[in-house]
Design a protein around this ligand. Structure first.
Ligand code: SAH
Ligand code: SF4
Length: 373
């Protein structure tokens, strides 16, 4: 069986080199060829000994998921659907802005946590993505945007950031709950941060979680990056309904985990995501309750206007009630942003990613609980 080198972080690649009788420093060269140049062909890796190139061609591959479709929205947002085998597909979204380019990466085929307002959650769960399937999304898009000379948006970002790349930020906010696929996600994070691979700053890589408390503690120890937490409700009764994992890890425990995380986090605040659902969690009372709740947690709020999807049971809060909600939070001294809806015309906005999820019989919360510990 051939080994997919896209599955390895620097340490694992070094071990692999040792295993096949090569010097450890070969790992660094390989990382650069694979992730920075985007090469899949070992024979093109000109600073590797010829024998090694030949050996690798026989025993290894560099294999990312293949693209099924590629859609460009009117606002420049671009969405790819990748095949991950047996009829399953995952989605990845690139969001260009004036001063940064953000890639929204998926971590699972579907999601078992079944938040009631989320299209991915409604799809059910099939399986965790491998490291190659997670980092392969960044690998592919990075390579595509670099090659895409006519992509002026990518060029503009490159100029604005003064960096030679279109992707300056990664958010683990695509399909799936990243912390329920812990090992593979952190190995992919290692590569995002590695100077021989993508060299992104810890502050510009964000993991978003619905609140798997034990895994938040593990992330804090293993690979602290910026943290976003999907709060969505100011009390347990409501959060139990919207984010069912709350029944296992209620708000009080979640906020303590946030405070522990902040002791080592690269940013001195947690971002709370709060989806604005009309008549559900968007009242003046909810806003006041929220202010009290987070009094002791350094945080910023990101209000996300609900994005509809086929079969969704909620409505988006009106612009007026989102504004009133924001003003109450701001008057209490909180920093609040309202997330712009991007790529709505190609169903690329938050919570709209559906991909293709086959064999949903594997949807089972207990299974995910095991992985999360
Ligand atoms: N599983 C992780 C990350 C993926 S979802 C998590 O839940 O945090 C990224 C963000 O989009 C989360 O805050 C999620 O709650 C939010 N979201 C899900 N469905 C949405 C929808 N239909 N409209 C707006 N935001 C949504
Ligand atoms: Fe899963 Fe996040 Fe969607 Fe909830 S919001 S179902 S945790 S992807």
């Amino acid at each position: 069986m051939t080994i997919n080198l896209l599955d390895f972080n620097a340490k694992q690649l070094t071990n692999y080199c040792k295993e096949i009788g090569e010097k450890p420093f070969r790992a660094k060269q390989l990382l650069r060829w694979i992730h920075q140049v985007g090469t899949t062909d070992f024979s093109a890796m000109s600073d590797l000994a010829k024998v090694l190139r030949q050996k690798l061609s026989l025993i290894a591959t560099v294999e990312a998921p293949t693209v099924i479709s590629d859609h460009l929205a009117a606002d420049g947002t671009r969405k790819w659907l990748f095949s991950v085998g047996t009829g399953n597909g995952i989605e990845t979204v690139f969001i260009p802005e004036a001063n940064r380019g953000t890639l929204c990466v998926s971590s699972q085929v579907g999601c078992a946590l079944a938040c009631s307002f989320c299209s991915t959650g409604k799809q059910g769960f099939n399986r965790n993505l491998s490291v190659a399937e997670i980092i392969g999304q960044l690998w592919w898009v990075n390579k595509t945007l670099k090659l895409d000379l006519v992509n002026t948006t990518a060029n503009n970002i490159t100029q604005a950031t003064g960096e030679n790349r279109a992707i300056s930020n990664v958010v683990m906010m695509g399909m799936g709950e990243p912390l329920a696929n812990f090992e593979n996600v952190v190995t992919a994070l290692d590569l995002m941060l590695d100077d021989n691979a993508y060299g992104l700053s810890r502050r510009r890589v964000t993991v978003s979680t619905s609140g798997l408390v034990p895994a938040m503690d593990r992330l804090r120890e293993r690979c602290p990056v910026a943290l976003a937490v999907s709060l969505h409700a100011p009390n347990d009764a409501l959060r139990d309904k919207l984010v069912p994992i709350n029944k296992k890890y209620p708000i009080k425990e979640l906020l303590s985990a946030c405070q522990r995380y902040l002791q080592v986090a690269p940013r001195d605040f947690v971002t709370f995501e709060y989806v604005m659902l009309d008549g559900i969690n968007d009242s003046i009372e909810h806003a006041h309750e929220l202010v009290k709740l987070v009094r002791d947690t350094p945080c910023k709020f990101n209000l996300i206007p609900f994005n509809t999807f086929p079969g969704s049971e909620y409505q988006r809060s009106s612009a007026k009630s989102i504004q009133i909600f924001r003003d109450i939070l701001m008057q209490a001294g909180l920093i609040v942003t309202i997330r712009k809806t991007r790529g709505g015309d190609i169903a690329a906005a938050c919570g709209q990613l559906a991909g293709q999820v086959q064999d949903k019989t594997r949807r089972s919360t207990p299974q995910v609980m095991e992985v999360a510990r």
